[in-house]
Design a binder for this molecule. Structure first.
Ligand code: PEP
Ligand code: MG
Length: 593
C-alpha cells in the first residue's frame, strides 16, 4: 500500500473527462473532495524448496512472524478501541483467534513440513485454499469474511518478509479515500476525522469496514470495479453514499447539482436531529414504532443514537461469523441477548432464529442442493437440528427474564411448521423448569413472513403467532419468482408489484383481525417513497438500517393517516409497477415541504 503526497492534477493538462462509477451505497451522504488513493500492492511470492535440515528453522521463522502478528493485532485493537470505541475491538479478537485456528497457522506449518517449502509459499497456499472455500459460500455475509482471512494472513506474510507495517500518512485536508480494499485492520490506522468519504473495490454491506463507516456517519460506496485503476491520486470527486455513485472529475453542472443536493441533505439532517426524541407519529396521531435492523450486537449503540425504538431484526447468524463457523454455546448466546435487551430497554429486541442453509452449517445434506434458496434452510433446518434450535431458544427464554426479548422464526411456510417450532419452545421451557433455571415463560414467538404460502395463510398463522414481521427481501423474490442476487433478472425484483401490494394488504389485515402486531423488516421499510403506502396499509412497526430512521420519521410526521390510507387504496387499484411508482413519487413530492 503506498500513499504519496496529495497533489491536485497538474495544471496545464487538458481538463480530464468526467467519469461516473457505480457501486453499492452502504453509508448515505454526499461529499465533494479530492481522491486519496490507498492501494495494497502485493509482492510476488516465490516457491523456495528447503533442505530437510532447513525445515525446523523455517517453522521457527513462521512462529516468530506469528508472534509479531499477534502483538500487532493487540496494538491495532487498542488503537481501534481508543479511536472508535470498545464496540469495534472484537473484530481484532476474531482476527487473533483466526490466526491461532488450526486451519491457519498450524496448517501453514504442516505445508512447510510436508512440502518442504518456504513459509510465504505455504501461507499463500493456505490462503488460496481458504479463499476458494469462502467463494463457494452462498451468503454475502459469510463471503465477506474472506477479506478478514486475507487481512490476517496478509499481515502474517508481510511480517515474514520483514516489511514494516503499512500505514496511511496523515494528510492535512479532507479527502475521499479510494482503495482496492480497506481491510478491517487498516481501519485503526486511518485518520477518520480527515476522511470525508470512502470508496473501495471490495466489500459488501456487511463487510466490517462498511459497518464502521456507517456507524461513524462517513459516506461510503463499496464494490466499485477497477476504482483504483481508473482514478488518479488527487482527482476531484463527488461521492454519493446513498446512491452508490462516485463521479470523477465532475463538470460544473454536475458539481452545482450535487452541491444543491448536499445542501438539502445537510439541512434535512440538522432538522432531523431535533426529531430524535420525538415519536414517529402522523399529524392525526397514528403512532408507528421505528426499529433498527442490526447485523451485530454492538450496532445497538448506533440504533439508539438514531432514535430507534428497539431492534426489529437481529440476524443471529452473526454468532457463527464471530466464532469462525462454530456454533455459539447457550451461555454465550444468553449473555449477548440479555445485554442487547438491557441496552435497548424498555424497547424490544427481536432476535431472528438462525437463518442458515444446510451448507453454511457444514451439513452434508447441504452439499447436493441444486436450489439452496428453496432448500433445507432457516426453520426447516432448525427443525432438523433441534439440538441447536433448542439451545438458542433456551438462551432466549433465559434472556427474557431480564428484558424485552422476542424471537421470530424465518421462512415459516405454514401453520404446521409454526406449531412444530412452538412445540420445541415448550420443550425448552420444560427443560429449564426441570433444571430450576429462571426464564421468561412469556417469550413472544413471531413469524418472519417471507414465503408466499405463509402470506396466503396469514389469517391462519395470525391465530397462533405472537406477531408478524414481513421479510420483504425474500417475500418479493419468492412471490415474483426472481433471484434477488441475479443481475440478469433483477429488473423484475419490484417491491411495488401489484401482487406484492395485495399480499401486504392481506397479511396486515389478517394480523390485525387476529389482534396481533405486524412489522416489516425488509429493505422496503426504509424507502422514503413507500412510507405513505406502508403507513396507509396500517403497519405497526418498521425496522430498518438505523441511519434511515430520521428520514422515515420525518415523512411520517408530515403525513396524516387518513391521507395515507387513501394513498394505499389508490395504489392498490393501479395495474403496473410503473404506475404505482409514479403515483407514490408524486404523492411524496406533495407531502414534504
Ligand atoms: C428479508 O428477507 O426481508 C429479511 C429481512 O431477511 P434477510 O434479508 O436476512 O433474508
Ligand atoms: Mg429473509
Amino acid at each position: 500500500m503506498s500513499v504519496s503526497a496529495t497533489s491536485p492534477q497538474s495544471a496545464g493538462r487538458a481538463t480530464p473527462r468526467p467519469l461516473v462509477l457505480h457501486g453499492i451505497g452502504v453509508a448515505p451522504g454526499i461529499v465533494i473532495a479530492r481522491a486519496l488513493v490507498f492501494k495494497h500492492q502485493e509482492t510476488p511470492i516465490f516457491r523456495v524448496p528447503l533442505l530437510r535440515a532447513e525445515v525446523a528453522e523455517e517453522v521457527a521463522r513462521l512462529e516468530a512472524a506469528k508472534d509479531l502478528t499477534q502483538r500487532q493485532l493487540q496494538e491495532v485493537r487498542a488503537r481501534t478501541v481508543s479511536a472508535l470505541g470498545e464496540d469495534h475491538g472484537y473484530i481484532f479478537d476474531a482476527h487473533s483467534l483466526m490466526l491461532d485456528d488450526p486451519l491457519v497457522a498450524a496448517r501453514i506449518e504442516e505445508v512447510i513440513r510436508r512440502e518442504r517449502v518456504n513459509a510465504e509459499w505455504a501461507a499463500q497456499l493456505v490462503l488460496d485454499e481458504l479463499s476458494s472455500v469462502f467463494d463457494d459460500l452462498e451468503d454475502d455475509y459469510f463471503r465477506a469474511r474472506r477479506s478478514d482471512v486475507y487481512d490476517v494472513i496478509g499481515r502474517l506474510m508481510r511480517n515474514l518478509a520483514g516489511a514494516p507495517p503499512r500505514s496511511l500518512e496523515k494528510v492535512e485536508r479532507k479527502y475521499i479515500l479510494l482503495s482496492d480494499n480497506v481491510r478491517p485492520s487498516d481501519t485503526a490506522r486511518l485518520d477518520w476525522d480527515q476522511m470525508a468519504g470512502l470508496a473501495m473495490e471490495a466489500g459488501s454491506r456487511t463487510y466490517h469496514t462498511a459497518i464502521i463507516a456507517r456507524s461513524l456517519g462517513i459516506p461510503c460506496v463499496v464494490g466499485v470495479r477497477d476504482l483504483t485503476a481508473k482514478v488518479d491520486h488527487g482527482a476531484p470527486l463527488i461521492l454519493d453514499g446513498g446512491e452508490g455513485i462516485v463521479v470523477v472529475n465532475p463538470d460544473r453542472t454536475t458539481l452545482r447539482d450535487y452541491r444543491g443536493r448536499r445542501r438539502r441533505q445537510t439541512l434535512l439532517k440538522q432538522k432531523l436531529e431535533h426529531l430524535r426524541e420525538l415519536p414517529a407519529e402522523t399529524k392525526d396521531g397514528y403512532r408507528i414504532v421505528l426499529q433498527a435492523n442490526v447485523e451485530f450486537p454492538e450496532e445497538c449503540a448506533t440504533a439508539q443514537s438514531q432514535g430507534a425504538e428497539g431492534i426489529g431484526l437481529f440476524r443471529s447468524e452473526w454468532f457463527l461469523t464471530r466464532n469462525r463457523g462454530q456454533f455459539p454455546s447457550e451461555e454465550e448466546q444468553y449473555r449477548v441477548y440479555r445485554s442487547m435487551a438491557e441496552q435497548m430497554r424498555p424497547w424490544s429486541v427481536i432476535v431472528r432464529a438462525f437463518d442458515l442453509s444446510a451448507e453454511q452449517l457444514g451439513e452434508e445434506m447441504g452439499q447436493s442442493e441444486a436450489n439452496p434458496a428453496l432448500g433445507l434452510r432457516a426453520i426447516r433446518l432448525l427443525l432438523k437440528r433441534r439440538d441447536l434450535f433448542k439451545e438458542q431458544l433456551r438462551a432466549l427464554l433465559r434472556a427474557r427474564a431480564h428484558g424485552n426479548v422476542k424471537v421470530m422464526f424465518p421462512m415459516v411456510s405454514g401453520v404446521g411448521e409454526l406449531r412444530e417450532a412452538l412445540a420445541v419452545v415448550e420443550e425448552a421451557k420444560e427443560e429449564l423448569r426441570r433444571e430450576g433455571a429462571p426464564f421468561g415463560g412469556d417469550l413472544p414467538c413471531g413469524v418472519t413472513l417471507e414465503v408466499p404460502s405463509a402470506a396466503a395463510t396469514a389469517d391462519l398463522l395470525a391465530r397462533e403467532a405472537a406477531f408478524f414481521s414481513i421479510g420483504t427481501n425474500d417475500l418479493i423474490q419468492y412471490l415474483i419468482g426472481v433471484d434477488r442476487g441475479n443481475d440478469q433478472v433483477s429488473y423484475l425484483y419490484e417491491p411495488l408489484h401489484p401482487a406484492m401490494l395485495r399480499t401486504l394488504r392481506f397479511v396486515i389485515d389478517s394480523a390485525h383481525a387476529a389482534g396481533i402486531k405486524v412489522g416489516m423488516c425488509g429493505e422496503m421499510a426504509s424507502d422514503p417513497v413507500l412510507v405513505a403506502l406502508l403507513v396507509g396499509f396500517g403497519l405497526d412497526e418498521l425496522s430498518m438500517n438505523a441511519v434511515s430512521i430520521p428520514t422515515v420519521k420525518n415523512i411520517i410526521r408530515h403525513l396524516s393517516a387518513k391521507e395515507a390510507r387513501e394513498v394505499a387504496q389508490e395504489a392498490l387499484r393501479l395495474p403496473t409497477v410503473k404506475e404505482v411508482s409514479g403515483f407514490l413519487n408524486e404523492k411524496l413530492r406533495g407531502l414534504i415541504p
